[in-house]
Design a protein around this ligand. Structure first.
Ligand code: SF4
Length: 273
């Protein structure tokens, strides 16, 4: 998929994933079987807007984001609903960039559920060991492929219940697949959306579920599907966790964040003596 340009001319890259610790012990995989609770860190620390946006402010805010991120699409690379599902499962607690580095090789060897089962846990692990929680994810990817063959004739199902019944598939993953592969108006809430919604007053809540419910209720129906991509890109590249870059934000007028940031002052060059 083609990456979208940021609203400003300079794009900030994601943190390098090479510093992530790679699990070395096979004894006990860390808990990440499902993709729930990714934004837990933010739930404790994220600053909330003093009030919810009005309907008019929400429409204005999202219209501004739509101009900032035209033609926004997922940054995960995929070619079919199956490869999308696998990529999203792999992206739990990992960056899209780190997943995109491993999936070309994985999907070349295993583009279908049958091929993924054939490749097996060890074979999948060989491809994905640079991303976090790879042992658990390799197990889940093979198991969900087996389940797709057994339950759905090798096809990715298009309902939330069926998706969430698959190994390693939680609510957020199901929402992404429904939104991207099946054009359904879902609002997947990841750490970026959680932070953005609370900070701006778009949809405040202390839990992922509360934010998802608030957004579903408040976003105009015709904007829900695309808003997923706008919000993720905005949170990832502009409304960043540590310090939002409000001075270059396309939606700063309707945003209710009380501590908007100014453009950093660049130091004058040192005079040579
Ligand atoms: S103005 Fe600042 S806080 Fe509000 S959405 Fe933009 S970057 Fe985020």
């Amino acid at each position: 998929m083609v990456k979208q340009p940021p609203p400003s001319s300079r794009r900030t890259t994601q943190p390098a994933t090479s510093k992530r610790k790679v699990a070395t012990s096979p004894k006990k995989p860390k808990a990440a079987a499902k993709d729930k609770a990714a934004p837990v860190e933010d739930a404790k620390t994220v600053t909330q807007a003093p009030r919810d946006m009005t309907k008019e402010e929400i429409r204005l805010f999202l219209t501004d984001l739509s101009h900032a991120w035209p033609n926004a699409v997922t940054e995960l690379h995929y070619t079919t609903p199956f490869t999308l599902l696998v990529a999203v499962v792999l992206s739990a607690q990992a960056t899209d960039a780190s997943v995109n580095r491993v999936t070309p090789g994985l999907f070349a060897d295993a583009p279908t559920p049958a091929a993924m089962v054939q490749l097996g846990e060890e074979g999948v692990g060989e491809h994905i060991r640079t991303i976090g929680l790879w042992r658990n994810k390799a197990k889940n990817v093979v198991e969900l492929s087996r389940q797709l063959l057994e339950r759905h004739d090798g096809q990715v199902p298009g309902t939330r219940d069926q998706l969430e019944a698959l190994a390693g598939v939680g609510r957020k993953t199901a929402n992404v697949v429904l939104n991207v592969a099946f054009n359904q108006p879902t609002v997947p809430v990841d750490t970026h959306v959680f932070r953005l919604a609370n900070r701006t007053g778009l949809g405040r809540g202390k839990t992922v579920e509360a934010v998802e419910t608030a957004l579903e209720k408040r976003i105009p129906p015709e904007m829900i599907r695309d808003s997923h991509h706008w919000m993720i890109l905005q949170g990832r590249y502009v409304c960043k966790a540590r310090k939002p870059e409000c001075w270059r934000c396309a939606a700063s007028v309707p945003c209710l964040f009380p501590a908007k940031t100014d453009r950093p002052v660049s130091k004058p060059p040192r005079q040579s003596t």
